[in-house]
Design a binder for this molecule. Structure first.
Ligand SMILES: [Zn+2]
Length: 351
């Protein structure tokens, strides 16, 4: 594709307010010198995208102006960054959506995901909002781009971002080889955590959810057994060495604590609502559990891409639906029903 034929208009998925999602033409400015132009191929719908659409907010991030959604994207470079950084035109890429930023407040330097001024594509945490990338074409800083190795297709790499979130969560659990792992919540992040645990050599992986469909997906991704979320007795009897809490619900967190063995570790990756939340702390104290948080990721997306390319990480079954961008509303409705869908992809290339 010639760099002289860049369009200035493109189709994007824009959240205007609660319940007001539009597929509309937007004007695309010329890329900055450090930005490449990307033709987006696929975009995965994330819980945060659903929250902006349903509630006009994701946690404390409140929509104050229309915002393009989307941060789980892959595509092809159609114009390389003018400053010469980043991949050449024609390169297939995944995208690391974070821009770490300090504010003067302290954070561990080797964990830029915790930098207090960090921005993320498609996030209303700051104003002006950070536009997302659910669009046929976007300009993105070249440093966000991760080249896909030969043989790894855009479709197979479409879940690189949420898989990196899961990879980071499992790494927060420490060495899981030979251990018994419990995963609470088998939505996309929980299901991807199952796949990452399997790859990391966990001996047993027990997945918990309220619905059959996500449990079936978790089984395809490597869960050795499943439990229904209301079977508290069975969950308490698991005695897991490590627990990944991916439900984002305080009841799920209580199940995670109940299911952990004495001295075990609970990784909390499901984002609970802001404000105080009930928690089953007494058991955490008397069993000397370690409760650790997990937020986004750093370079784990590179490990995910390598593991997808060498076939050691198998996550294809996490995708249950694919919609052309013109049917984004239907796609969001489908993604909202966690009893019938796993990860839902938008497809941007077809007309
Ligand atoms: Zn996401």
């Amino acid at each position: 594709m010639s760099s002289n034929t860049l369009t200035t208009n493109t189709i994007a998925v824009v959240a205007h307010a609660a319940g007001d999602l539009r597929i509309e033409q937007i004007e695309l400015s010329a890329p900055d010198v450090d930005e490449a132009r990307i033709a987006i191929a696929y975009g995965g719908i994330c819980g945060s995208d659903l929250h902006y659409w349903s509630h006009g907010a994701a946690g404390e991030s409140i929509l104050k102006a229309p915002m393009i959604l989307g941060h789980e994207i892959v595509g092809t470079v159609i114009q390389a960054a003018a400053d010469g950084t980043g991949p050449a035109a024609g390169t297939k890429v995944a995208v690391h959506p974070a821009t770490p930023n300090g504010t003067g407040e302290p954070y561990p330097e080797d964990r830029p995901n915790l930098s207090p001024g960090c921005t993320y594509l498609g996030s209303a945490a700051r104003y002006p909002h950070t536009e997302g990338a659910f669009a046929r074409e976007v300009n993105l800083p070249a440093r966000m781009l991760r080249e896909l190795p030969e043989g790894l297709s855009l479709r197979d790499a479409a879940l690189a971002e949420p898989a990196a979130v899961a990879w980071h969560a499992v790494s927060r659990a420490g060495d899981v080889a030979g251990k018994k792992a419990l995963v609470i919540g088998a939505g996309p992040i929980g299901a991807l955590a199952v796949a990452v645990l399997k790859r990391a050599g966990a001996a047993e992986i027990i997945a918990v959810d309220m619905h059959e469909k996500p449990l079936a997906i978790a089984t395809q991704l490597g869960a050795t057994s499943t439990l229904r979320a209301d079977d508290q007795e069975a969950i308490s009897a698991v005695n897991a060495d490590v627990v990944i809490e991916a439900s984002g619900n305080y009841r799920g967190l209580a199940s995670a604590v109940r299911g952990a063995t004495r001295g075990g570790r609970v990784v909390m990756v499901g984002l609970l609502p802001t404000g105080e939340q009930p928690a089953l702390i007494s058991i955490a104290i008397t069993r000397e559990l370690e409760l650790v948080g997990s937020f986004r990721f750093n370079d784990e997306i590179d490990q995910v891409i390598s593991a997808l390319a060498d076939g050691s990480l198998n996550i294809a079954a996490a995708v249950t639906h694919e919609f052309p961008v013109a049917k984004s509303l239907e796609a969001f409705e489908t993604a909202k029903d966690s009893s019938t869908s796993g990860k839902v992809l938008l497809e941007f290339l077809s007309e």
